[in-house]
Design a protein around this ligand. Structure first.
Ligand SMILES: [Zn+2]
Ligand SMILES: [Zn+2]
Length: 63
């Protein structure tokens, strides 16, 4: 799988390193953005803990 942004914007082929979680396009390291956010995970018995999760987004979904 190759980076869609490289192919459409620059016209060259570059291997993809990730897939955008929002729109599903494949993106290379230059065109992906790692978005970290905190997520509350229920632990049962009314308790919960917060963990940081990372998601890959393309430059179009995360300018
Ligand atoms: Zn690219
Ligand atoms: Zn996207």
């Amino acid at each position: 799988m190759n980076c869609l942004t490289c192919r459409t914007e620059a016209g060259h082929v570059h291997p993809a390193e990730g897939v955008c979680r929002s729109c599903g396009v494949a993106v290379c390291g230059d065109h992906l953005r790692i978005v970290r956010r905190e997520q509350t995970v229920p632990m049962g018995l009314g308790t919960s803990r917060v963990r940081t999760v990372a998601a890959v987004h393309c430059t179009g979904c995360s300018p």
